[in-house]
Design a protein around this ligand. Structure first.
Ligand code: KG4
Ligand code: ZN
Length: 336
């Protein structure tokens, strides 16, 4: 009798075609990611049509590589977990249809996973969760504070009212003529610059856990325009450092306040922007001072991957979640 649970995860919500095999939700057997960044770079952002087409082209190869690398046979695999949303609908459909075809052909249970649950569970490869737990998810499409009382139980306590943090990074990067994706570029420049510009911090109401980045983005755009009109030159490094300082201060302060007010045992930072060196450093300093354990996944697990989907799928599978072959991609799936 085999007790180990081996879950195959599939992720195609944006511009990464990814398949992974995970044992018991905590051990990565394989984690293959085919990034499309090079194809989208010349357009300055992800082009949905191109993303879908690449997923179709890459999927079989990525799947075969993940299975081969994990050294498992189909009979060892207990279930297929797939990102059902949120994301780009055409991109999601490729993953969902692949998962459904495999579930049907190989007679395996199918488990739909929320992309954000995946980002949170990327941390479980590092350390076992302790509840209540607070997760800050910061990516190209999301900026959310999620409170978890137990496995699989997600309560949204704060979110962005406009742009996501990663989106703000990407838009500001475009203003500075930096290549896509802008986050890593601004991160790099910020480390070389100084906070010479006092950009606004969007605190919203005093007790709010929500975020807003569109005002900051406009402030950066205005600053660049005004400088141009006056014939002044601003250092890109200083704009990056000043912009990043605003983002980091708001993210860190609100997360810390929520962690204290909700009396949590652990805090998680997840999503692509969790790769940001400035954010990681500030979070580590602040949470060490507050003596609240902080988990941030290694860089490779911050951005989109399928190991995180398999990890979240393992919990859902163990809790009895099963989807039928009519599972559909849901671009605006709620986290519940
Ligand atoms: O989680 P992710 O790979 O995809 C989404 O689900 O959106 O996040 C991608 C986002 C992009 O906006 C990218 O610019 C941002 O994460 N990002 C960063 C860094 N690395 C990636 N933002 C700031 N600093 C970074 N080092
Ligand atoms: Zn993501």
């Amino acid at each position: 009798m085999k007790n180990d649970k081996i879950i195959l995860g599939i992720e195609t919500s944006c511009d990464e075609t990814a398949v992974a095999l995970v044992k018991n939700g905590t051990e990565i057997l394989s984690d293959v990611v085919a990034s499309q960044i090079e194809s989208h770079k010349r357009f300055g952002g992800v082009v949905p049509e191109i993303a879908s087409r690449h997923h179709v082209e890459q999927m079989t190869m990525v799947l075969e590589e993940a299975i081969e690398e994990a050294k498992v046979e189909w009979e060892d695999i207990d279930a297929i977990a797939v990102t059902e949303g949120p994301g780009l609908v055409g991109a999601l459909l490729v993953g969902v249809n692949t998962a459904k075809a495999l579930a049907f052909a190989k007679q395996k249970p199918l488990v739909g996973v929320h992309h954000i649950a995946g980002h949170i569970y990327a941390n479980r490869f590092e350390r076992e969760f302790e509840f209540p737990l607070l997760a800050l998810i910061v990516s190209g499409g999301h900026t959310e504070l999620v409170l978890m009382k137990e496995h699989g139980d997600f309560k949204l306590i704060g979110e962005t009212l406009d742009d996501a943090a990663g989106e703000a990074y990407d838009k500001v990067a475009r203003m500075l003529d930096l290549p896509y994706p802008g986050g890593p570029e601004i991160d790099r420049l910020a480390a070389l610059g100084e906070e010479t510009i006092d950009f606004p911090r969007a605190w919203l109401s005093e007790d709010s856990y929500d975020f807003s980045f569109s005002g900051l983005k406009s402030a950066v755009i205005n600053k660049i325009h005004n400088a141009k009109q006056r014939g002044e030159t601003l250092k890109k490094e200083d704009i990056a450092a000043s912009f990043q300082a605003s983002v980091i201060e708001v993210l860190t302060t609100k997360t810390l306040r929520a962690a204290k007010e909700k009396n949590v045992k652990q805090v998680i930072v997840a999503g692509g922007v969790a790769a940001n060196r400035g954010l990681r450093a500030e979070m580590q300093t602040q949470f060490e001072r507050a003596e609240i354990p902080l988990l941030i996944p290694p860089l490779s697990l911050c951005t989109d991957n399928a190991a995180m989907i398999a990890a979240a799928g393992t919990i859902a599978f163990e809790q009895g979640k099963r989807d039928c072959l009519d599972l559909n991609a849901n671009p605006s799936l709620e986290l519940i």
